[in-house]
Design a protein around this ligand. Sequence first.
Ligand SMILES: CC(C)(COP(=O)(O)OP(=O)(O)OC[C@H]1O[C@@H](n2cnc3c(N)ncnc32)[C@H](O)[C@@H]1OP(=O)(O)O)[C@@H](O)C(=O)NCCC(=O)NCCS
Length: 371
Amino acid sequence: MPYAHITGWGMYVPKKVLTNDDLAQMVDTNDEWIRDRTGIRERRIAAKNENTSSLAVEAATNALRMAKLAPTELELIIVATSSPDFIFPSTASLVQDRLGAEKAGAFDLSAACTGFIFALNMASQSIRSGQIKSALVIGSETLSRLVDWTDRNTCILFGDGAGAFVLQAAEEPGGVLSAVMRSDGSGGDLLSIPGGGSANPATADSVASGLHFIRMNGNEVFRFATRVMATASKEAMDKAGLKVEEVQLIVPHQANLRIIQAAARGLKLPMERFAVNVDKYGNTSTASIPMAVCEAVEAGMLQRGDNTVMVGFGAGLTWGSLAIRWTGPFAEGGPVRIRSYRRSARLRSWLRRLWRFIEGLIWGRGRDSSA
Ligand SMILES: CC(C)(COP(=O)(O)OP(=O)(O)OC[C@H]1O[C@@H](n2cnc3c(N)ncnc32)[C@H](O)[C@@H]1OP(=O)(O)O)[C@@H](O)C(=O)NCCC(=O)NCCS
């Protein structure tokens, strides 16, 4: 049975930085309160011309470049996101088109901040079953578009960004070793966007009442998160047959430094064994774990052959974890020019639209009029 190795990783964050002091100009808050209660110092905010798919494409480009894998080799693209460009088409389909991933099936996965963990497990299972040989898993968010910038309880927490992993099959043991996926829908109301779906379709009234913004019971979510982080991490280790001391790095969802500290206490591990970058980016939901991995690798905290546990929680309620043996790129060849694939993808996409238009002129009108 093949193993699913992580052979490429990449991240992308928007240029604009929003500091706690900036936020203090917008709502009744201050830098000290935000740092004490969350550990966050600043977050990134997408520019007007950026959105979840464009951030995803940049992160994916970096991950594919690292793996030296052409987009045309990909067989699956999963975008985990809580802030898709549209309800449909999926953000993953937009990414597939822009990368020119001709052979890839693409879909979005909705499990809020746990989405990247679930998506990585789904992609890994597809590889392990022998169905496919390569996959791209992306966590991408522009939560700044879903935040009520007058609500100090939520607007201080979230930020924009994207992270991506390339997964490839190999017989050599390693990669994703075990997974834990859990949900408790009875807590769905604790963290939600109540409007814009089929339960409360978007209307002038729903917008006026702010139903399209993130609503959260912070204390309840905090209690839930501190309860599940250590146990889920331990469960993934047990399933993979790993002892805590055999795991070099824990990569937790970056929501609040105090939640990560509680997980460290629960696992009886020092904070040095945890990847932390919540101070720089806030909570980027599905993007937080792959972004933290990218920076941990860069800092030398995660190396080939190391064992790592990634653990997340979020709305749903959902939570989950993965034990992974870190691999790194397979390919030894020269660089793959992902940007030139993107240029040809743009041309191909344009030609397809043009062809559809021409086909419509030739066939579509005739059929319409005969209907
Ligand atoms: C939101 C969160 C930071 C609040 O921290 P907390 O220590 O629980 O703070 P509380 O909600 O008890 O609020 C304490 C006080 O600070 C006030 N406060 C809330 N937000 C504030 C802000 N941004 N600035 C200043 N004061 C604030 C509250 O109104 C409250 O005042 P009161 O005592 O006069 O009523 C914390 O509950 C949390 O991180 N929860 C988890 C959220 C999360 O991770 N969500 C994403 C899941 S993926």
